[in-house]
Design a protein around this ligand. Structure first.
Ligand code: GLC
Ligand code: CA
Length: 558
């Protein structure tokens, strides 16, 4: 694997709507981000991905783009964006935008023109099919957000368009070279403005299994999971290779793909030295336990499951490329609530989870608020919920026989609002996020969990993240913690997650006691030096280390 400039960096995802509101309208914005760059720098962040800020009706919170070349006025202006790029670059930081090109918004000019003339140039930018009254739809795929993927084309009784996400997100037809050309021009235009790269949204969906056909229904609605056709949609690599060659490569852009379903043999194509993307996310643990039947059938992930998922990815990637490691993002519940067994959530267990995922081989990502240990949001009524996928999941759960309380509890566990509540800056009104009324309610725990308090507390999660970031980057240990190979340690031991990172000069052992009971673990031969721990001390005696519940230790083995 070739070394790349970004391997040693730390990446951070901002969800702009909920980061910092500079003008009191309740919506986070670009000036708000600019004003907080120094905070991020202080934490140790280098690369920042912004969830979408393009012009959008915000039906899917910006993942429905109505104009790719402009900033939504709620987030700011193009001048603000250029200002952000300049300010970030002046601090040695990099900015990525979200590239959402599987679909656009039904309010995009292309789609409006397609409605006016479905047989014209713009009609061919989408998947539009004629369905005469009484005829069946072209296929029975279920959209990611529920219901059929086909929706009547406005103004036409006998025409339907495809949307694999929400009906306000019509799919773009990548089979059409003209559409691809539009996309490449747009991507190059952004990179010419000085943007450093992209996170590629839902990118694997750009290839459909054609011609459209039904698959066996997997629920009573007569529809089948959208994943079914993805398995048969071959040839996405042709599009991805072209996209890379025409845009990212000539600009030397950094890219990270949102990919859920690659096959092991495809990994070199995706993130090898000449891959379609610089990196892609590891979602193995993210999707563990998810049921195609709905949230009510999801299974909790245990510490042993978590370990198995993480190591599966690490073994699969080995030296092929550099994966991106996360515990949460804007689509997932808060990582600390998801991966730490219920009842065991504490400052210590949060630090333990941070240690084990952050020092894996790959690029570590922090989602806003993760560094202060933000938690899931209590929900008492469906009316409080913003996220469109939660609304669908709620209905699915009720239809399956869940009570209202049970269905709401599922939203508390899995809903996307959990990650989208305003950032908790301090203990003042609205957590210091806005002087107005926030677009989504602030988590009521902000008096207990906020950045200002944690900056003053040397023992806080925030300060621990700073130490982790500095340790991974340190000139002394980066040969092992960034570039070293990863070898699981005592892999079969229940509720123990441990691995070695072996570099050219250093051998490090990361050891985490993923349970509340104390334990002792035998160390490898050699002198063991404690480099970092989340507890007061780490006692080593006769070649074994005594670990308190949820204790994590980073050791150098000499
Ligand atoms: C991705 C995004 C998600 C969005 C979807 C459709 O999965 O992360 O937020 O709803 O794509 O664009
Ligand atoms: Ca604002």
């Amino acid at each position: 694997m070739q070394k790349k400039w970004w391997h040693e960096k730390t990446a951070y995802q901002i969800y702009p709507k909920s980061f910092y509101d500079s003008n009191g309208d309740g919506i986070g914005d670009l000036p708000g981000i600019i004003g907080k760059l120094d905070e991020l720098k202080e934490l140790g962040v280098d690369i920042i991905w912004l969830s979408p800020i393009y012009v959008s009706p915000l039906a899917d919170e910006g993942y429905d783009i109505a104009d790719y070349r402009n900033i939504d006025p709620r987030f700011g202006t193009m001048e603000d964006m250029k200002h952000l790029l300049d300010e970030a670059h002046a601090r040695g930081m990099y900015i990525l935008m979200d590239l959402v090109v599987n679909h656009c918004s039904d309010e995009h000019e292309w789609f409006r023109k397609a409605c006016e003339d479905p047989d014209g140039q713009y009609g061919k930018y989408f998947y539009i099919e004629t369905v005469k009254p009484g005829e069946k739809l072209p296929c029975n795929w279920r959209s990611y957000f529920g219901g059929p993927v086909w929706e009547k084309l406005p103004g036409h009784e006998d025409k339907y368009y495809l949307h694999v996400f929400h009906k306000k997100q019509p799919d773009l037809n990548w089979e059409n070279p003209k559409l691809r050309e539009e996309v490449y021009n747009m991507v190059n235009w952004w990179l010419d403005q000085g943007l450093d790269g992209f996170r590629l949204d839902a990118i694997i969906n750009i290839k459909k299994a054609l011609p459209f056909k039904d698959y066996p229904a997997d629920r009573d609605d007569g529809l089948c999971s959208i994943h079914r056709q993805l398995e048969e949609a071959h040839g996405v690599g042709l599009f991805l290779g072209e996209l890379r060659d025409r845009t990212f490569l000539p600009h030397n852009a950094f890219t990270v793909g949102e990919v859920f379903n690659e096959k092991p043999e495809e990994l070199p194509d995706f993130i090898g030295d000449q891959g379609y993307f610089s990196s892609m996310y590891d979602f193995e643990e993210t999707i563990f336990g998810q049921s195609p039947m709905g949230w009510h059938e999801n299974v909790d992930i245990t510490p042993d499951d978590y370990k198995a998922c993480v190591f599966k990815t690490q073994k699969k990637i080995a030296e092929v490329g550099f994966i991106s490691n996360i515990i949460e993002n804007h689509d997932e519940p808060r990582g600390v609530c998801h991966y730490i067994p219920e009842g065991d959530l504490s400052l210590t267990s949060k630090k333990m989870l941070a240690t084990v995922y952050f020092l894996l081989r790959g690029l570590p990502w922090i989602y806003q608020g993760q560094e202060i240990g933000m938690e899931n949001l209590p929900v008492s009524d469906i009316g409080e919920v913003d996220d469109i996928s939660s609304h669908d999941a709620y209905q699915v759960a009720l239809d399956a026989g869940c009570t209202k309380e049970e269905a709401l509890h599922l939203i508390e566990k899995y809903g996307r609002d959990n990650a989208r509540t305003p950032y908790q800056w301090n203990g003042s009104a609205q957590a210091g996020f806005t002087t107005g009324t926030p677009w989504l309610r602030v988590n009521p725990n902000y008096h207990r969990i906020n950045l200002e308090a944690q900056k003053q507390d040397p023992d806080s999660l925030y300060q621990y993240y700073r130490r982790l970031i500095a340790l991974r980057k340190s000139a002394e240990y980066k040969d092992a913690l960034v570039y070293g190979t990863l070898v699981p340690y005592n892999e079969e031991e229940h509720n123990l997650m441990a691995y070695e990172r072996i570099g050219e000069q250093h051998r490090m052992l990361i050891i985490a006691n993923f349970q509340k009971e104390a334990r002792s673990v035998q160390l490898p031969a050699g002198e063991a030096v404690v480099v970092l721990t989340n507890a007061k001390e780490a006692q080593i005696r006769d070649g074994a280390i005594a670990l308190a519940g949820y204790q994590a230790v980073v050791l150098e083995i000499k």
